[in-house]
Design a binder for this molecule. Structure first.
Ligand code: SF4
Length: 284
């Protein structure tokens, strides 16, 4: 059986008439392929996009124009309000996902476009010295799932289904071209993945590239950090200077290592402005 037929079968088999069946739609390449496959089964699904408030500019317009049957869910708090309230999310403490994405679909069957291949590409990190491969929790979870039929697993009160988990990135692009599926222009501009700008789960070089491309996000992050500090919230325990906190956040160092460096007087605002030369323009 070919890949397409297998995934169509998986979707049909995992559809659960006793509960809501949701197609989790991000507007990225995997979710547009998954949606296309789900529609081909002829089964009724609802498709939901969670506005994370930090997707690339113009992404929601792309979804509205090309995928008007997708429901756009607005979060209670924006990403910036979450920083202001709770501090900076990290790889180990990604609380923003809970508030911006995972709250949708409790009790439902949620079909997602996660793929083992992408999980390896995006989440394998190489430590500077040993080049040791470190897979994220999500990556390990996906690798542990051998067959799509067993990927129906209960996580956070939802049932997750991953019908395209065995597709490679090349398979995804082949399918998009074969069926001429509208995809985001960001892929033509060198993006390999679409999603939250500066996501702490992403690779550091990728975060830097995204912030350089969209310096407005640096500006809004620094502002949110400042509000957190001014209100005596969590970030104020470690930092007085919002630029220093932002620097620490993207440097991915431990607080201890960072503080060691800070024995030397560093003008963090200058460092950030030198690193993101378009920041001043973005502040206007
Ligand atoms: S920034 Fe990353 S961790 Fe936070 S909501 Fe977005 S994907 Fe999840």
């Amino acid at each position: 059986m070919d890949l397409e037929s297998k995934s169509l079968k998986v979707i049909e088999n995992l559809y659960d008439p006793r509960r809501e069946n949701i197609g989790a739609f991000s507007g990225g390449k995997d979710s547009i392929v998954l949606k296309h496959l789900m529609q081909r089964t002829g089964i009724f699904f609802v498709y939901k996009y969670c506005n994370t408030t930090i997707d690339p500019p113009g992404h929601i317009s792309f979804i509205k124009t090309n995928y008007h049957d997708v429901e756009i869910i607005q979060p209670r708090y924006s990403f910036w309000e979450l920083i202001e309230k709770y501090g900076l999310p990290t790889r180990q403490n990604r609380f923003c996902c809970q508030h911006l994405k995972e709250y949708v679909g409790k009790g439902a069957k949620v079909f997602e476009g996660l793929r083992i291949d992408e999980s390896k590409e995006e989440e394998i990190r190489y430590s500077n010295r040993s080049k040791k491969v470190v897979l994220s929790k999500r990556g390990r979870r996906l690798l542990a799932l051998k067959e799509p039929e067993v990927c129906d697993t209960r996580i956070k009160n939802k049932i997750h289904a991953y019908p395209i988990m065995h597709w490679s990135t090349a398979d995804i692009w082949k399918y998009i071209r074969k069926y001429d599926i509208p995809y985001s222009d960001f892929y033509n501009k060198g993006f390999h993945r679409l999603g939250c700008i500066g996501c702490p789960l992403g690779r550091q070089d990728q975060r830097m590239r995204e912030y350089k491309l969209f310096p407005r996000f640096v500006y809004t992050s620094v502002k949110a950090i400042k509000r957190n500090i001014d209100n005596g919230k969590s970030i104020s325990k470690f930092f007085e200077d919002p630029y220093e906190a932002f620097y620490w956040w993207i440097s991915e160092q431990s607080i201890e290592t960072h503080k060691m460096q800070s024995l030397f007087k560093i003008d963090y605002e200058k460092v950030i402005r030198d690193t993101f030369p378009l920041l001043t323009e973005a502040e206007k």
